[in-house]
Structures are given as C-alpha cells and as structure tokens.
Design a protein around this ligand. Structure first.
Ligand code: MN
Length: 215
C-alpha cells in the first residue's frame, strides 16, 4: 500500500487482545493507539507546511531525507522511521502463527541449522541491544539473510536491506506486562511471529534481487 501525507494510523490487523497471553491487550492498545499515533501526528505536523513533499512515501522521506529542508530533516527521519518500523512490527505478528515456509524456511535452515538455533541467536542479540531500538532480520541485495540491531527508529532502508521481521525493543513495547524482563518479552514474542508475512516479504526481496541482476 502506497502511503503519503497525510499519513494515517493503519488499523491493527487483529484484535487488541488476540495476542494474549504473549502480548497483552493494554500494551497493544497503548503501543498502537498512542505511541504509533504520536509518530503519525508528528510526521503530519512537520510536513504540513511543505506541500512539495506531500506526495513523498514513507520510504522516500527516509531514503531521500537529505533533500528535505534542514529545519525538519532530522525530525522527519525519526518520525517517518517510527511509523515505518511500527507498521512492520504490528503486521509482523499474528494470532494464527505458522512455521516459516518455502524459500524463507530454506534460507533460515541454511544460515542457522534449525529454527531453535535461529531463535537462540535472535534472543541473544535482542538481549544485548543497549537502550532503545529494534532487532532486525532482513535480506541483503542478493537475498542473503542478515540479523542486526539498529538504535532508536533507524530503518534498514539506507543500508539497502529489505526488512523481513523486526522486534521492537523499546521499553514501551513491554513494560506494562513484562516490566524490566526483556528476556521474557523476547521469548513471548517468538510465539506470535507472523512467518507468513515474513515469507511474503522475503519473496519480494528475492524478486527485487532478481530484477536488479537482470538490469
Ligand atoms: Mn514501539
């Protein structure tokens, strides 16, 4: 879906309580309706006077950020990143999870040996992230999987990486239920990963990689 100014809060693709007990209803409500809404509102407020950027997509606001006026550049980057990252994060969870399938499954097995080993590596890296940010599974320009942390609301886009899944490790993502227990939050999240959506993103990344090769 192509989005541009004025950006809107995309509805959750499931009910607030449908990821219980792994993600609780209260966290889901505040995270989506308050935290994400704030990023949406800030982004619209910043862009409102600058009509020449009203047809720019989220991706363009991030990738061509340096073309924006200096007075709004940094704040647009942070808030566009906040909207982009949260949209991926919320769509990356589901009350009806499946196992990874198809080419994503094969890529995961190739790199990690088995799914448990992938979860363990992901867990260790997510625990280690200092402060606020996300842990990302993404695909590089050749379709190879990469796992890495990014601080705050930075996105993988400027690194030419296509996101597959991301785990929000800001305290607001888990404090109401898990308090300081980030480890429990990470393990709970493993139960609600939308591998179906992740597989679709990976197929798109591979398609892009093939198209680039053809050029
Ligand atoms: Mn968040």
């Amino acid at each position: 879906m192509i989005q541009h100014y004025p950006f809107t809060l995309l509805p959750l693709p499931y009910l607030y309580d449908s990821l219980e007990p792994y993600v609780d209803m209260e966290t889901m409500y505040y995270h989506h309706d308050k935290h994400l809404q704030t990023y949406v509102d800030n982004l619209n407020r910043l862009l409102k006077p600058w009509t020449e950027y009203h047809d720019w997509t989220l991706e363009r606001l991030i990738l061509d950020n340096r073309e924006l006026p200096e007075s709004i550049r940094e704040d647009v980057l942070k808030n566009a990143g906040g909207v982009y990252n949260h949209q991926l994060f919320f769509a990356g969870m589901t009350p009806n999870p499946t196992l990874p399938q198809g080419r994503l499954e094969r890529a995961l097995l190739l790199d990690f040996g088995n799914l448990d080993a992938f979860y363990e590596t992901f867990y260790q890296m997510a625990l280690k992230l200092f402060g606020s940010g996300y842990l990302w599974l993404a695909a590089d320009e050749r379709g190879k999987l990469v796992l890495f942390p990014l601080p705050n609301q930075e996105t993988p886009l400027p690194k030419n990486l296509e996101p597959i899944i991301n785990l929000d490790l800001w305290e607001h993502a888990y404090y109401l239920k898990h308090q300081n227990r980030r480890a429990d939050y990470i393990r709970d999240w493993f139960h609600v990963i939308n591998w179906n959506e992740a597989g679709r993103r990976y197929e798109n990344a591979l398609l892009d990689a093939e198209l680039r090769k053809g050029n």
